[in-house]
Design a protein around this ligand. Structure first.
Ligand code: AMP
Length: 285
């Protein structure tokens, strides 16, 4: 059966109200399209946990800085639609930019502290764009549960903070990172990598795996681990590191020390040629 595509907010509201009147649970998977197995893993989680699954596809201009790749970001709606049809998704929410951000648009949602570190340092306007669009998507689709990837671990932490602070009655489910067979985290942006960059891109995952190895061997000195990771990153000619850092997994705040019994995200952002990639690993010490 063909998947229903909804573009107008009014139609989205009507659909969601009808689903809710039947006491059915709506799952939302927000995406920017150009779908890969990472996105599809979120779709499958939604199919498992909700009665009706809505996948939104919207390349959100407000989360890109003027210098970033909004115009270049890959788009292929027909391909995405075919993939989602196969997954038996109920609705693709494919809103029009003019309806999301009409000329007189003036309301932005911003989260304070957790947006200021890591990605926030390199992309200072990014998270405000993310939280604003996620709010609009939540208000349009009215999900009971929304699915995000650990691939964007800081984004998931920011969304959880927002949902908690603004008392939104929405469950946030974070799903594990899906990787290529050699370990590269799947990303719509991987298509920009040429052959040699594709090989170089492995340094992100390799350095995260090395951090895991060091932790397993009993290393607890954060700076020493990071400096070993940096050596791996710097072994790739096309790699330029933005950051490697460590946050405690529950609070998502940066740490100086690695302590027994706690869990941490080791996070990397690195440019491979002109393509900026992020990756992370969750380690329990
Ligand atoms: P994007 O289309 O890049 O905005 O991503 C949409 C959602 O898919 C976000 O919640 C991402 O964290 C998630 N996602 C992207 N890549 C992966 C991946 N490799 N594994 C799991 N989830 C992912």
């Amino acid at each position: 059966m063909s998947v229903r595509v909804i573009s107008s907010i009014k139609e989205m509201h009507e659909f969601s109200n009808a689903v809710k009147s039947e006491k059915k649970k709506i799952g939302l998977v927000p995406t920017m399209g150009y779908l890969h197995e990472g996105h599809l893993s979120l779709v499958r989680a939604s199919k498992k946990n909700a009665d009706v699954t809505v996948v939104s596809i919207f390349v959100n201009p407000t989360q890109f800085a003027p210098s970033e790749d909004f115009d270049k970001y890959p788009r292929d709606f027909e391909r995405d639609k075919r993939l989602l049809e196969k997954e038996e998704v109920d609705v693709i929410f494919y809103p029009l930019s003019d309806e999301i951000y009409p000329e007189n648009f003036q309301t932005y949602v911003s989260v304070k502290d957790v947006t200021q570190i890591l990605e926030g340092v390199f992309r200072p306007t990014h998270f405000e764009g993310v939280t604003t669009i996620v709010n609009i998507l939540f208000n349009s689709v009215k999900p009971d549960i929304a699915f995000f990837g650990q691939k964007d671990a800081q984004q998931a932490a920011v969304i959880k903070q927002m949902v908690n602070d603004l008392k939104m009655d929405i469950e946030i489910s974070v799903q594990p990172i899906v990787r290529e067979s050699d370990g590269l985290a799947m990303s719509s942006r991987n298509i920009f990598l040429n052959e040699s960059e594709r090989k170089d891109a492995l340094v992100l995952y390799n350095s995260l795996r090395y951090a895991e190895e060091l932790i397993k061997r009993g290393e607890r000195d954060k700076e020493r681990i990071i400096s070993e990771m940096k050596m791996i990153i710097n072994s790739a000619v096309s790699a330029k590191l933005d950051y490697i850092d460590v946050v405690e997994s529950n609070t998502f705040s940066l740490v100086d020390k690695i302590e027994e019994g706690k869990s941490y995200y080791f996070l990397i952002a690195c440019r491979i040629g002109a393509t900026r990639l992020i990756d992370n690993i969750l380690l329990t010490v």
